[in-house]
Design a protein around this ligand. Structure first.
Ligand SMILES: [Zn+2]
Length: 213
C-alpha cells in the first residue's frame, strides 16, 4: 500500500493541479484526545513525507462551538454513539471534541503545516454537523472548499487523515460527486471502525469511483 502510494507520488511531483488534502489531524482525534482514532499518530510522519510532493496542501479542521449538536452531552438522556434524528438527518452522538479555540481543536503538534495554504473549518454551525469538508450534513451548506479549488483550477485531490470511515470518506465521496479526481492514500489514514463502519465507507467510496491506494 505504502509502496504504491510512493510510486504514484514519485511520478507526480509538484503537479500543479494536485492537492494534498489533510483531513482533521487534530489533537482530539490523536492519542490522548477526546475522540482518539486508534493509531492516529502513526500517519503523521507519512503525511509529512508526502507534503513536499504536492504543489498545494490544504488542511481541514473540525471546529465546533460548546453545546454542539453532535455532542452527546448536548442531549440529556442520550448516550454516546447513539444515533438521533435531527433536522439535517441522522446524527451520531460523539464525546465533546474539537471545541473552537481549545487545545483539542488544534492541529497535532507533529504535523508539518509549513506548506498548508488554506484551512477549511467545518461543523461551525451549532445545529449542523459536518463530516465532509465540502458540504455540511444537510448536504446544502457549503464550506467554501469547492469554490477555493474551482477558482484555482485544482482538479485532483489526494486525501489523508482522520477518520477514514467518517470525515475522509464523506469528503472523498463529495469530491467525486463534484467531479474531482479523488485518491485516498490509505496508509496515511486511520479509521474509527465501529460496527463495520470502515467496510461500509469503503463500499460507498468504491461505488462513486474514489481510488484507494
Ligand atoms: Zn466533529
Amino acid at each position: 500500500m505504502i509502496d504504491s502510494a510512493e510510486k504514484l507520488l514519485a511520478g507526480t511531483t509538484r503537479e500543479q493541479r494536485q492537492v494534498l488534502l489533510i483531513v482533521d489531524v487534530q489533537n482530539d482525534f490523536c492519542a490522548g484526545g477526546a475522540l482518539a482514532v486508534p493509531h492516529a499518530n502513526a500517519i503523521v510522519p507519512l503525511i509529512n513525507q508526502f507534503s513536499p510532493h504536492f504543489a498545494h496542501v490544504i488542511c481541514t479542521q473540525d471546529w465546533h462551538c460548546p453545546g454542539h449538536i453532535s455532542f452527546a452531552s448536548s442531549h440529556p438522556g442520550k448516550k454516546l454513539y447513539e444515533i438521533i434524528e435531527t433536522q439535517s438527518g441522522a446524527q451520531m452522538l460523539w464525546p465533546d471534541h474539537c471545541v473552537a479555540n481549545t487545545h483539542g481543536a488544534e492541529f497535532d503538534g507533529q504535523l508539518d503545516r509549513a506548506r498548508c495554504e488554506f484551512v477549511v473549518r467545518k461543523g461551525t454551525h451549532k445545529y449542523l454537523d459536518s463530516y465532509s469538508a465540502f458540504l455540511e450534513n444537510d448536504k446544502i451548506t457549503q464550506t467554501g472548499l469547492h469554490a477555493y479549488l474551482q477558482q484555482r483550477a485544482l482538479t485532483s485531490l489526494f486525501l489523508v487523515g482522520l477518520a477514514t470511515d467518517y470525515c475522509v470518506a464523506f469528503t472523498a465521496i463529495d469530491a467525486r460527486k463534484l467531479g474531482y479526481q479523488t485518491i485516498m492514500l490509505q496508509a496515511a489514514c486511520r479509521a474509527i471502525d465501529m460496527n463495520g463502519s470502515l467496510e461500509r465507507a469503503c463500499e460507498r467510496m468504491d461505488k462513486v469511483g474514489v481510488s484507494r491506494l
